[in-house]
Design a protein around this ligand. Structure first.
Ligand code: GLC
Length: 605
């Protein structure tokens, strides 16, 4: 008997809206200055109201926290500073009760050097099974051509261990030794840890740093056939015993190199689309759609049961590994004026500061990841436009406490401010007194309300998560226009036309929509019908950084006048046949409740 997950549809992840958060940063319940599970539970209503459907938790396991928890010292427990296993279970139940799935980290490439496995390994005799949990060498010359990932902190992928009297292999920080997957006992321990969380009811696992599981001479030790075999084994173990659970690959590579991580639909269910992300920012800055259309043209089709994960920002730097040297120079120039904003191969800033706190740009970028083929991920705090703190070390500037209200510590904690794990952002523009949830909830035109409406709207149309993508080619390259199409189970075809203006100035565009002649584009946020499409090029005009989502609906059939109408009434109806279909248009600033009732009407179609 397979253990059921909390989701009821096997493809649930395609319709999901993922919200990435750190327990540490979300809500402190006991005043020790660090967020915890009871605190997170107390904020679940907020997340449910925002409309997100899947919570991605950054690592919360026992750890010395030298890499924010990606340095794991015990795979099957909770870091006491965040709570207990019982607290985690309570959180999981509460999330499930609210219809939200839970995604956690499965970091199997490496452990902390404080993990008992490493402590045992370094003390065990050379060649013994315990020593073999990690990758050792007597010299540091093996695998010499393998690139260093954390270039700014590490000089080599080998580190000397005094106790063992040998070098150990590490692809990330030197305090994170890589596990040795050539040792069967390692895989068995990994499967055990995975089952521990899946048995509890966890819905999804993010497979951190997945390309680097194996090492082989003469290769880049990346995406080796052995690695794919290991992932298939993990997937088979999940499919054998569980339903509706998924794995998400973190493989920071070109789309054609990521494609194998989906296998034949028998490896990972999802993978991040890393190269799309910087190209969205590039397209915006260059006011040219080419970076986006180009990378999407290089994105191969994926199996039907698989999905891309789309994001604008996350807990790491805005990585620039998947761009050319010229593009990287351009991105640094355009998005990180102060060298402090740079780290490793990327930019450590949040969404709002990246786009100069320009509300229209924030909305435009979100509209793209909400309407591109894939599942969007919102990074905590970006729904209110939180700022960052580039003076904190590492990537910590984008990991500061969530802003709940204008009170002490932004409502995150009752501790004395000095005790917080990181200071809250306090500057006059992005500081918690200016940017916080409570204030934005009471402001109908806030970014928070906007985000909530977009999430609600997206959830009404399966086409966004499941449909095909086709770009149009208007001559004006500042305008990005694309069609999404999907046939629902009941045979109804959802067709959505998205048009986005990447420019800071108003732009016109002429779209070839002849194949839809006779259809009526209906603007989806306000449910406003636009002029019908004909064989002629369709003209749209866009204000700076604006976008439209237009549902292409078949032309309304001309209503037959009921027999009881007078001649005058029948003539009036003939003159304005469409009026019976017209809904009351809503402005973008319309009260949320009004928009919501409008969205509800759409659901009841
Ligand atoms: C992943 C994580 C990153 C971490 C690294 C090493 O890339 O996203 O935060 O530092 O793995 O564990």
């Amino acid at each position: 008997m397979k253990k059921a997950g909390s989701a009821t549809d096997v493809l649930w992840f395609k319709d999901a809206i993922i919200y990435e958060l750190h327990v540490r940063a979300f809500q402190d319940s006991n005043g020790d200055g660090v967020g915890d599970f009871p605190g997170l539970i107390s904020r679940l209503d907020y997340l449910q109201d925002l409309g997100v459907t899947c919570l991605w938790l950054l690592p919360f396991f026992p750890s010395p926290l030298r890499d924010d928890g990606y340095d794991i010292a015990n795979y099957v427990d909770v870091n006491p500073v965040y709570g207990t296993l019982a607290d985690f279970k309570a959180f999981l139940d509460e999330a499930h009760k609210r219809g939200m799935q839970v995604l956690i980290e499965l970091v199997i490439n490496h452990t902390s050097d404080q993990h008992p496995w490493f402590q045992a390994a370094r003390n065990a005799p050379s060649g013994s099974p315990l020593r073999d949990f990690y990758v050792w060498s007597q010299d540091n010359q093996r695998y010499r051509d393998v690139p260093i990932i954390f270039k700014d902190t590490e000089k080599s992928n080998w580190a000397w261990d005094e106790v063992a009297g040998a070098y150990y292999w590490h692809r990330f920080f030197s305090h994170q030794p890589d596990l040795n997957f050539d040792n069967e006992a390692v895989m068995e321990e990994v499967l055990k840890a995975m089952r521990f969380w899946l048995d509890m009811g966890v819905d999804a696992l993010r497979m951190d740093a997945i390309p680097y599981l194996y090492e082989r001479d003469g290769t880049r030790c990346e995406s080796l056939p052995e690695t794919h075999a290991a992932i298939k084994r993990i997937r088979a173990a999940i499919d054998a015993d569980y339903t509706n659970r998924i794995i998400l690959a973190e493989a920071n590579q070109w789309p054609s190199d990521v494609r194998p991580y989906f296998g034949d639909g028998d490896e990972c269910h999802m993978a991040f689309h890393f190269p799309l992300m910087p190209r969205i920012y590039m397209a915006l800055r260059q006011e040219d759609r080419l970076p986006i259309t180009d990378i999407m043209a290089q994105t191969p089709p994926i199996p039907d049961n698989c999905q891309w994960a789309l994001f604008l920002r996350n807990h790491d730097e805005l990585t620039l590994e998947m761009v050319t040297d010229d593009e990287r120079d351009y991105m640094y120039y355009a998005y990180s004026a102060d060298p402090k904003m740079r780290i490793n191969v990327g930019i450590r800033r949040r969404l709002a500061p990246l786009v100069d706190n320009n509300r229209r740009r924030i909305e435009l970028l979100n509209s793209l990841i909400f309407s591109f083929p894939g599942t969007p991920i919102v990074y905590y705090g970006d729904e209110i436009g939180m700022g960052d703190n580039i003076y904190l070390g590492d990537r910590n500037g984008v990991r500061t406490p969530m802003h709940w209200n204008p009170d002490r510590n932004a409502g995150f904690s009752t501790a004395v401010p000095e005790r917080l794990y990181f200071p809250v952002v306090m500057d006059p523009i992005y500081g918690y007194q200016a940017v916080n949830v409570e204030t934005q909830l009471s402001d109908q035109s806030s970014l928070l309300h906007w985000t909530r409406n977009m999430i609600a709207l997206r959830k009404l149309f399966q086409v966004f998560g499941r449909g095909t993508l086709e770009f149009l080619s208007p001559t004006n390259r500042k305008v990005l226009a694309y069609l999404r199409r999907y046939t629902l189970l009941d045979g109804h075809i959802e067709t959505v036309l998205c048009v986005a203006n990447l420019s800071r100035f108003a732009q016109p565009a002429l779209l070839d929509l002849a194949q839809f002649a006779g259809c009526v584009p209906v603007e989806m946020l306000g449910y406003v019908p636009f002029p019908p499409i004909s064989q002629q090029l369709y003209a749209v005009t866009l204000t700076p950084y604006s976008f439209f989502w237009l549902e292409l609906q078949p032309a309304p059939e001309a209503p037959q006048p009921p027999a009881s109408l007078s001649d005058e009434e029948a003539a009036e109806l003939a003159r304005h046949p469409g009026d019976t279909e017209v809904q009351v248009p809503l402005t973008p600033d319309a009260p949320d409740t009004a928009q919501r009732s409008d969205l509800t009407r759409k659901t009841e179609r």
